[in-house]
Design a protein around this ligand. Structure first.
Ligand code: UN1
Length: 502
């Protein structure tokens, strides 16, 4: 069976109509073989506007459904995902090139956020606040917000949408999704799975969640449309620089999850066996194509000569190959552009004094697929391509002697998503997590930078955009807060002691 045939079988099991992905004018490719697997039907600007209008109408109904009942829809969606986990996980592997356990892991992340959102649907708490006026009560209420636009990237083609959608739905919103043009099929599959849940639920307003296929013009319509209250966008910092100001201009909300240039610090006391495994997964896993991938490593001079040769060995021996029919740990890059960017960064690194291990293309017999040996680059200092995110498996390794300088260098890049320290020294660990430690949205001790659980808020600072998705109180961004003061007395005292007697 060819990959294209397998895609057809999977999509039919998942409930996607063939008309959505045949005969359209957006070709879709699998990075596993480089072959074309579908021609997806795109939406016009007119369709986009209609979709948003329909989502707005759906929102107006859905916001009146009690939140725990809204949670029931998400619970059913989680059940459908459990039932179709292997099919959807396989489709993620085909379309994004993830190895099987990561494809399945991504679907597990969807299931986890559904569980979280179901619980949340009974916990959309507001505060009761002490008031300075007698006979008054002050409180806050959280209300549904409106239509939520989701713009997602190829590297987490299904989980990131589900973080947003599961929360948005229990918060009483409608969702319009513009997936990456590189991963449209998994988006069609998610929509079909959602529709199964909606059917079981019964009276879901039409158009509560919808998918829009197309290029950036579709994204632009979503960003500029006055009926879209919030856009949650995941992608490059360059994309965020365009989307953020456009949303701000019309006072719409944004959740931006942009680039990461994540680093780790390996201290003298580190458990090196553990660090090695964490670094390997963080830097080589998902072929370095996570927002959270480990890209920079500061190693203390006292352990450098022990750790780095072992790391190099891991780089030379890690298995690279098709995620569909081998047990390789590293799959393909998404496309040729990703490969070209990787090679460009490696050339720049050499110009800045870098010593490269790995990085070459591997011949797997697929002329249009891009498999590479992950690259470890020993750098004399942090400059050139080290300060930028390259979405590929490149790990820049630098030696440090002074801990303060390592922290300063750690923070001296534009992005601020994820970070790790490897140490058994309490002072170092706590300093890293403190106000003058890591400046990232995620700071870990003795685990890698990638692979966060859904229970925590996910996102980062500076050029990462400042947004938070997923767990903790990230849900608040999907609701509007009203402060309510109720006077149950028969007097009208004014706050701040103001008198206004007429
Ligand atoms: C992303 O790369 O955009 O923490 C999301 C992680 C995953 C999510 C990554 N749970 O690596």
């Amino acid at each position: 069976m060819t990959i294209a045939q397998e895609v057809k079988t999977l999509l039919s099991k998942l409930g996607v109509a063939e008309s959505a992905y045949t005969g359209g004018n957006m070709p879709s490719f699998s990075p596993v073989s480089g072959e074309k697997i579908a021609d997806v039907v795109v939406h016009s600007a007119d369709d986009t506007a209609k979709t948003i209008e329909q989502a707005d109408a759906a929102f107006r109904e859905w916001r009146l459904v009690p939140a725990p009942r809204r949670g029931e829809l998400v619970r059913l969606f989680g059940e459908e995902l459990r039932a179709l986990k292997s099919e959807l996980g396989r489709l993620v592997s085909i379309e994004a090139g993830k190895i099987p356990s990561e494809g399945l892991g991504e679907v597990q992340e969807m299931i986890d956020i559904c569980d979280f959102a179901v619980g949340l649907s009974r916990q959309l708490y507001g505060l009761t606040i002490a008031t300075e006026r007698p006979g008054h009560r002050m409180m806050e209420t959280w209300h549904p917000l409106g239509v939520v636009g989701v713009i997602s990237a190829f590297n987490f083609p299904v989980a990131v949408w589900s973080w947003n959608t599961a929360l948005a739905l229990v918060c009483g919103n409608a969702v319009v999704w513009k997936p990456s043009e590189k991963t449209p099929l998994t988006a069609l599959a998610c929509q079909a799975i959602f529709e199964r849940a909606a059917k079981r639920f019964g009276d879901v307003p039409a158009g509560l969640t919808q998918v829009l296929m197309g290029d950036r013009t579709v994204g632009e319509t979503l960003v500029d449309h006055p009926k879209v209250a919030l856009v949650s966008a995941t992608g490059s910092t360059r994309m965020g620089r365009e989307v953020g100001p456009r949303l701000a201009k019309r006072f719409a909300r944004s959740i931006l999850e942009l680039g990461g240039n994540n680093a780790g610090i390996v201290c003298p006391s580190a458990d090196l066996d553990m660090a090695l495994r964490a670094i390997a997964f963080g830097a080589m896993g998902t072929a370095g194509q996570r927002c959270t991938s480990l890209r920079r490593l500061f190693v203390h001079e006292s352990v450098y000569e022990t750790l780095v040769p072992r790391l190099k060995k891991a780089y030379e021996s890690v298995s690279v190959g098709s995620p569909l029919d081998t047990s390789a740990l590293v799959g393909p890059l998404i496309d040729k552009a990703a490969y070209d960017n990787m090679q460009k960064a490696l050339r720049q690194a050499i110009d800045h004094g870098g010593k490269v291990t790995g990085g070459a293309r591997i011949d797997t017999g697929y002329a249009n697929a891009y498999y590479v040996r992950p690259a470890l680059v020993e750098m004399p200092q942090q400059d050139g391509p080290v300060t930028e995110e390259t979405f590929a498996p490149i790990l820049y390794v630098m030696k440090y002697s002074d801990f303060d300088k390592a922290i300063a260098d750690h923070n001296a890049v534009g992005a601020g998503l994820s970070s790790s320290i490897f140490t058994l020294n309490l002072q170092e660990a706590e300093r890293f997590l403190s106000a003058d430690g890591s400046d990232c949205g995620i700071a870990n001790v003795n685990i890698g930078t990638s692979g966060a659980e859904i229970g925590g808020a996910f996102g980062g600072e500076k050029e990462t955009g400042g947004g938070r998705e997923s767990g903790s109180d990230a849900w608040k961004a999907y609701m509007r807060r009203a402060t309510n003061t109720v006077n149950y007395s028969s007097a009208l005292p004014l706050a701040q002691g103001v008198s206004f007697d007429i």
